[in-house]
Design a protein around this ligand. Structure first.
Ligand SMILES: Cc1cc2nc3c(=O)[nH]c(=O)nc-3n(C[C@H](O)[C@H](O)[C@H](O)COP(=O)(O)OP(=O)(O)OC[C@H]3O[C@@H](n4cnc5c(N)ncnc54)[C@H](O)[C@@H]3O)c2cc1C
Length: 374
């Protein structure tokens, strides 16, 4: 008989690790969730790669998909565009609440003991796990991040909006970069259909002002906002993996372990990859395998993405415009479309880095110097 496992938090990370554990672990699995309802409050956009949804998240239920996308249009501060994509669907936006409900139904059917409306104090949680010689997993989100990583958290505001006179961009996600849109990430507009968009801003400071600017920009490019249907809040994390995934008696996963993409803040695919690795380590009764395998799988990727995030965060608007111009001139859109991947970005970052190192060395050195800035 294997040891029992206790999981703090029934967000996507807690549910995914319970789900993968229950397929091979013979001990009991307990999940504690402070909210009464799974999937609430909603904060996430639910944008994931199609490959990540099927392979890593491990969901093939097409009913969860709200819209599909072939690529993205990036807008520079002055309105220059980079259009990247493929002829086929590469990304989808999923119904985030339904996704969690779907995971919840599965873990219940597999035999998990889920306690809703059950807030757990982390010190008591740690004591409980130790006293029973069980495993304890913290999947409680960003509030359990290391203190030094919390500076990479960005408050986010998101609206579902009704639009009129849409220019009909429903196949591409829109990303707006530059100081007026965000300090620390970007703003986004994701078509859910012809008449509805998810519009979001994750930024340090001036969130409402920046959101207003995004709405004005949408109008300027032919997508006229009519009214807000829903408002969401949340916190996006872009600071890379935490130093230790195994701390004291507890194992950390998901946002609490820094398992998001530093370039975008997306976490659903990486936390699912980590959940499989954690489940497999515990089934083998060796928690140290989790740390080792997550670093081997996501370490290099998140480190390079974090370096790119630092570069982007330290570029002025004119510098960002210059990068857009250079990428366009050097046929970067074709390269990104050909080899870019939403989840595995390191290859593209290296390829672009080398290409530009030969053709525009001064630009590359200027960008590299930004990595050193904090
Ligand atoms: C605005 C926004 C947009 C995003 N968009 C995307 C996107 O498009 N694609 C993508 O992949 N990712 C996106 N993300 C990131 C993604 O939402 C997170 O990476 C993901 O939700 C992390 O899951 P988690 O389970 O680690 O944490 P959470 O989702 O925060 O879940 C933690 C759970 O633990 C519970 N909990 C916390 N403390 C306790 C306690 N003490 N006792 C009991 N229960 C507790 C909470 O109630 C919650 O249910 C977005 C995030 C934000 C904020």
């Amino acid at each position: 008989m294997q040891r029992d496992i206790h999981i703090l938090g029934a967000g996507p990370a807690g549910l995914q690790v319970a789900r993968f554990l229950l397929k091979g672990h013979s001990g009991d699995v307990y999940v504690y969730e402070e909210h009464e309802k799974i999937g609430r409050p909603i904060h996430c956009t639910g944008l994931v790669s199609l490959e990540g949804l099927r392979k890593d998240i491990g969901i093939i239920d097409e009913n969860l998909i709200i819209n599909t996308f072939r690529g993205a249009i990036f807008f520079s501060p002055s309105g220059k565009k980079l259009i990247v994509g493929r002829p086929e669907t590469v990304a989808v936006v999923v119904d985030r609440e339904r996704l969690e409900e779907r995971l919840y139904e599965e873990v219940l059917s597999l035999g998990a003991h889920v306690k809703l409306g059950s807030h757990v104090n982390i010190a008591d949680f740690s004591k409980l796990v130790r006293s029973k010689n069980n495993f304890g997993i913290v999947a409680g989100g960003t509030k359990y991040l290391d203190e030094d990583k919390k500076k990479h958290l960005l408050p986010a505001l998101q609206y579902d909006i009704k639009v009129k006179d849409s220019i009909g961009i429903t196949t591409h996600v829109l990303i707006f970069m530059g100081e007026k849109f965000s300090n620390g990430l970007f703003a986004w507009a994701i078509p859910l259909g012809d008449e509805t968009y998810k519009v979001g801003v994750a930024t340090k400071g001036k969130t409402l002002v920046r959101m207003k600017y995004v709405l004005k920009t949408l109008e300027r490019i032919g997508i006229t906002p009519l009214h807000v249907i829903k408002t969401y809040g949340g916190t996006v994390y872009t600071g890379g993996l935490v130093k230790h995934l195994l701390r004291g008696d507890l194992l950390y996963i998901g946002d609490s372990a820094g398992q998001t993409k530093p370039t975008t803040g997306g976490g659903l695919v990486y936390l699912s990859i980590a959940a499989r690795l954690l489940a497999s380590a515990l089934i083998r009764n060796d928690p140290t395998l989790y740390e080792k395998n997550v670093r081997a799988t996501l370490g290099h990727e998140t480190t390079l993405q974090f370096a790119l995030r630092k570069v982007l965060n330290n570029l002025s608007d004119p510098e960002l415009d210059e990068i857009f111009r250079t990428v366009k001139e050097m046929h970067g859109e074709e390269l990104i479309s050909r080899i870019g991947s939403m989840d595995r970005q390191a290859f593209l970052i290296r390829e672009i880095g080398f290409k530009y190192l030969f053709e525009k060395p001064s630009l590359v050195f200027k960008l590299l110097s930004k990595v050193l800035l904090d």
